[in-house]
Design a protein around this ligand. Sequence first.
Ligand SMILES: Cc1cc2nc3c(=O)[nH]c(=O)nc-3n(C[C@H](O)[C@H](O)[C@H](O)COP(=O)(O)OP(=O)(O)OC[C@H]3O[C@@H](n4cnc5c(N)ncnc54)[C@H](O)[C@@H]3O)c2cc1C
Length: 418
Amino acid sequence: MNSAAERWDVLIVGGGPVGACAAALLQRAAGSGRRALRIAVAEPARPVRAAEDEPLDARVSAFSRASERILAATGAWARVDAHRIQPYERMCVWPAHLPARSPDALLFDAAAVGEADLGAIAENRLVQCAALEAFEAAGGTMLTGGFTGLAIREEAVEVQLGERKLQCRLLVGADGARSRVRESIGIAVQTASYGQTAIVANVRTERPHERTAWQRFLGEGTLALLPLADGTSSIVWSIDETAARERLAMPQAQFEAALTDASGGVLGALTLCTERTGLALRRLRAERFAAARCALIGDAAHVVHPLAGQGVNLGLLDAAALVECVLQAQRVGEDPGALAPLRRYERWRKSELAPMALAIDGFNRFLAHGQGPLARAAQHGLAWVNRSEALKRLFITQALGLSGELPAAARSGGAAFS
Ligand SMILES: Cc1cc2nc3c(=O)[nH]c(=O)nc-3n(C[C@H](O)[C@H](O)[C@H](O)COP(=O)(O)OP(=O)(O)OC[C@H]3O[C@@H](n4cnc5c(N)ncnc54)[C@H](O)[C@@H]3O)c2cc1C
């Protein structure tokens, strides 16, 4: 390595919402003091924050309470423009054969557990930019350049970032589902197509969204309507690839009529206010989340179906869990790239992820797509859950992201590292 400036303790490849959050958490907790870590994030190009009056982007996510707390601990949540985020108070889930307002439709209300809301819908880019800003404000360094390769040595990882050579003691792959870091380390994945495409767009609705996330199981897939801060809603319409191709090619008025029909008219007529985009859906799970001096987080480690709105939430939990394991090692003077804390992170997050991924695939198989007796049983199950306050509370805790073994940042937000 030629210059000292190119040596880092921790290099995070990928400054998406998950990588940026891990970087900001680590920088805030360990970027200064006697044992300060030198931390950098590499992203091909610096993302640009939307102007205040710019219309809302169609790539949004539902951030759980756990995610809000983690983002608060990074300093990012305070930097997110409040008028661009929409807290949602209720979630209504119903199968196509029932009206949304039927007593058998499943309704989760934050008030039932004494909470003001279940989480917030925010643009992915807004959260990403806020986390990167928080990272830099805490003294972190952002490098612009795409990761192209690595060599793992005993003392460090040598990393190629375009023309640039770097060295780090811990390399974190947060470079998304097609992770080149994961591929370069040689970590195998289990992956398969769902055979579905998610059509994503923002729509105006004839009736107000009622600060409610609506989700209809269609038999041919799911349609989610997420409430947005400007009164519009974000749609995620996940259906079989061929049907999606047809609908994406439809003239706008015909598409809007089909979409309104798929929503069961729950918010009246729906009209597009952005382009529609189709995203092919795959499931993916890396066989390992950690290797010598390397760890994977977020979509680089696992991708789940968007119907449960969990992808980025799971990724932020990875980020907080990894940072917690690395900090424990750093406090006792251990190398941040030591294998033991990385293995601890891997065991922790794999055991949390496995049941969640199984449940999400079950929802997709039996509730969203199923037609047979199992699907009918699952749909009756919704009504059954609806009648049990205890079961409903359990599901609401899941939706808040507050179940399982949580990292400290998800339990106590900004107080976690003070
Ligand atoms: C339709 C849809 C709806 C969804 N809705 C929700 C929801 O409501 N709630 C939820 O929790 N999740 C949701 N998700 C999932 C969520 O979008 C992802 O889980 C999340 O974006 C993953 O974040 P990430 O930072 O791990 O990866 P990404 O967002 O993919 O970011 C990866 C980053 O790495 C960078 N990168 C890539 N290659 C390189 C390289 N070679 N060198 C350097 N940098 C690189 C990229 O530029 C990017 O910034 C949804 C997904 C889909 C498809």
